[in-house]
Write a protein of this length. Structure first.
Length: 268
């Protein structure tokens, strides 16, 4: 019957992140994740990268006014149940995003403090790191640094689980409301991720390492899956557990696929 009132809608998730022309990371990974998890995905682009499985060739920042317009446009019409923040590139971008979160009172924000790509490409200006901590840590429900990003933030090399725990405590002291510190870059057959929230015992998620050359976009996919599961109504711990399982499934599914000559993407 035409004109009938809609009876339901998808949970709505917004990715504020960079574009990976190679389709493996950034907003492309985020949209695939949202779709795979039954959410409606939207995007506010912070930067374009010219990129393939071999690395990042060039970065072009989106002007701040255009970034703010993208966020305003989708929030004012469609609405947002959860937000994933990825590559922010500059201090000005950080400030623009923080102001938009404030302006629209956006909750359920997952902040992936993207800094350096696996290929070694620097995705954020050094000067933006202070702004990221001061302006976005307190506004995010959880931050999801990997070992290198956490090490850069706390200015220490993290070599084992004890280091991870003290770094996560330090990140809480720096203003984060919860920390998911990803230990995948530590050597070993088991991958350990740590979820630390104030007042709760450290919550370790340990799983056997999945052998795959196709891991490009793992961090992007994990943070967008957490945002999707939050939009679907999970609490933080459940969202993190379900997102980790989703990423492991995508790593397994992509292990035998050949995409490009370099570090290939997951298979969502
Ligand atoms: N490109 C963009 C736009 C990203 O957002 C990211 C990571 O978040 C990367 C590249 C790096 O991905 P990876 O470290 O998995 O290669």
């Amino acid at each position: 019957m035409s004109g009938a009132a809609p009876r339901w809608r998808y949970p709505r998730v917004l990715s504020i992140a960079g574009s990976d022309s190679g389709g493996g990371a950034g907003i492309q990974a985020d949209l695939k994740t949202f779709a795979a998890l039954g959410c409606f995905g939207m995007t506010a682009l912070t930067a374009l990268t010219a990129q393939n499985t071999l690395g990042v060739r060039a970065i072009h920042a989106v002007p701040s006014a255009m970034l703010a317009d993208q966020i305003d446009a989708v929030v004012e019409d469609i609405g947002v149940d959860a937000v994933k923040i990825g590559m922010l590139h500059s201090a000005e971008t950080v400030t623009t995003v923080a102001a938009a979160i404030e302006r629209h009172a956006l909750g359920q924000v997952v902040l992936d403090p993207v800094m350096i790509a696996t290929s070694g490409a620097v995705l954020i200006d050094r000067g933006a790191v202070g702004a990221l901590v001061a302006e976005l840590f307190p506004r995010a429900l959880v931050i999801t640094p990997n070992l290198d990003e956490a090490g850069l933030l706390v200015e220490r090399t993290l070599a084992n689980e004890a280091d991870m725990e003290s770094a996560a405590r330090r990140l809480l002291a720096m203003g984060a409301r919860a920390v998911l510190l990803k230990g995948g870059h530590l050597a070993g057959d088991t991958v350990s991720d740590l979820l630390l929230t104030p007042g709760a015992a450290p919550f370790w998620i340990r799983a056997p390492r999945i052998a795959s050359a196709n891991s490009h976009g793992t961090g992007c996919t994990l943070s967008s899956a957490i945002a999707a599961f939050l939009a679907l109504g999970r609490d933080l711990r459940e969202a993190v557990l379900d997102a980790s399982a989703f990423v492991r499934g995508a790593l397994e599914a992509g292990a035998a696929v050949r995409t490009g000559a370099g570090s290939g993407p997951l298979n969502h």
